[in-house]
Design a protein around this ligand. Sequence first.
Ligand SMILES: Nc1ncnc2c1ncn2[C@@H]1O[C@H](COP(=O)(O)OP(=O)(O)OP(=O)(O)O)[C@@H](O)[C@H]1O
Ligand SMILES: [Mg+2]
Length: 142
Amino acid sequence: MDANWMKLEFPSESVNVQFARTTVAIFASQLDFTLEEIEEIKVAVSEAVSNSVIHGYSASHGNVIMKVKYTPTQFTVSVEDFGRGISDIVQAQESGYTTIPEERMGIGLYFIQEYMDEVSLHSEVGKGTKIVMVKTVKPIQG
Ligand SMILES: Nc1ncnc2c1ncn2[C@@H]1O[C@H](COP(=O)(O)OP(=O)(O)OP(=O)(O)O)[C@@H](O)[C@H]1O
Ligand SMILES: [Mg+2]
């Protein structure tokens, strides 16, 4: 298949972090990713969905939308919430920066940058956050 997509919407329950992580891996397995690449996509997605659950909605509840699509050259996943939003997205992406230092390490967004080829973070305080992550599909070695 040349191109495909899917969209998943679920409530911000922590059990859905694992659900999103597994679902994206099954979808990505339609492509010729290595097991290591699939693992990287799984980590990136679980970090992004965790962030929506833990930070976006924190004590409140809301929905998370995960969209996944691919072309012959790019696998793209976006994770969107309609929660609190981020006031400084540059600072948020610094390794070790967290607004919950007593509980978190502040490395989720850093790992997403490491594991995916292109990452863009969009956020508006009080409206929500969307992260778009792209992994390049490498041609099969002859
Ligand atoms: N979806 C989001 N909504 C609101 N704030 C967010 C969101 N994602 C990230 N942030 C903010 O960016 C900071 C850094 O995120 P990052 O994932 O790197 O670290 P963390 O979640 O705090 O810790 P860790 O990922 O190591 O558990 C968070 O502490 C939080 O303040
Ligand atoms: Mg995080």
